[in-house]
Design a protein around this ligand. Structure first.
Ligand code: GLN
Length: 284
């Protein structure tokens, strides 16, 4: 067991945090120790380098050591600090929403390429709202975000306030409570096969909402439902763009094509893995 530092100096605390997290085999021990210190002591890295021998109040030091212990227990860093970054913006997160991944920025980018002023956009399984809010910050559009989880919608609403954007937030099982037609439908639905869930990192498996992760036996339940129903909710020449698992590209492409979508493309993420599928509802 690691001994807590005797003095609450920034330097001692940071060293303690890093060693504690390393011992607990946290992959990014050094970075996480830094970020938690910045959060608990309300400092920046540059402040640290000028004042590393400064002692911080007992209260902040106690908060820091507690956060380090919780991180060692595999609680994701973003749930401890309550924030995550996506597409250059800060979003509030808690354990009711998935922490935005870099992968999702690919979906946002593809949606932005198809986005025009005045569009009506729907984001299914919105979670923290990071996708829809990022789009609302790009263009004057109207947005609807839906989620099955009331708690997730509460987070999305807070994020919309934080970013001064207006959206309609609807509690809905996919399209069930959705009315009207849209120019663009985006979604990062749950897509992990049920039997893969036990194999995920403890951070994800034990702390992120399974409701946002598990996509049925083959992971593709949501794509089946979305591609079957979305035609009735899209205007002619409207786009459907979804995030997918790395091995789901050809199956999801086929679902798009079977359901009458044209110009279907599978887009890769920065690791070169299939990550997004987009298709257009054919005009008549
Ligand atoms: N990309 C996420 C992960 O690998 C899963 C996101 C999802 O199911 N929509 O943890």
């Amino acid at each position: 067991m690691m001994q807590k530092p005797e003095v609450n100096s920034l330097r001692e605390l940071r060293g303690y945090g890093e060693a504690y997290l390393k011992e607990a085999q946290i992959a990014d021990a050094k970075t996480d120790a830094w970020l938690l210190l910045e959060y608990a002591a309300h400092i920046t890295k540059s402040y640290y380098f000028m004042h590393m021998h400064e002692e911080i109040p007992e209260e902040n030091a106690a908060l820091y050591t507690k956060l380090v212990e919780r991180r060692a227990a595999r609680i994701p860093l973003q749930y401890l600090t309550g924030e995550a970054w996506c597409y250059g913006n800060r979003f509030l997160v808690n354990h009711h929403v998935l922490i935005p991944r870099q992968d999702t920025e690919i979906l946002i980018e593809e949606a932005v390429r198809r986005l025009h002023t005045g569009m009506r956009v729907l984001d299914l399984c919105t979670g923290s709202g990071c996708i829809l809010i990022s789009l609302l910050k790009q263009k004057m559009i109207s947005g609807t975000g839906s989620d099955l989880s009331e708690e997730a919608l509460a987070v999305a609403k807070k994020n919309a306030e934080l970013h001064h954007v207006q959206a309609e937030w609807v509690k809905s099982d996919l399209f069930r409570e959705i009315e009207g037609t849209f120019d663009l439908i985006v979604s990062n639905p749950p897509y992990i096969p049920a039997d893969v869930i036990p194999l995920l990192d403890p951070e994800v498996r034990d702390h992120e909402p399974h409701l946002a992760l598990e996509g049925g036996a083959d992971g593709m339940d949501f794509y089946r439902r979305i591609t079957e129903a979305s035609g009735s909710y899209l205007k002619e020449n409207g786009w459907l763009c979804v995030e997918i698992g790395y091995d789901e590209g050809s199956a999801v492409r086929e679902m798009f094509e079977t359901n009458g979508y044209s110009e279907v493309s599978v887009i890769q993420d920065y690791a070169g893995l299939d990550r997004v599928v987009c298709g257009m509802k054919r005009g008549v």
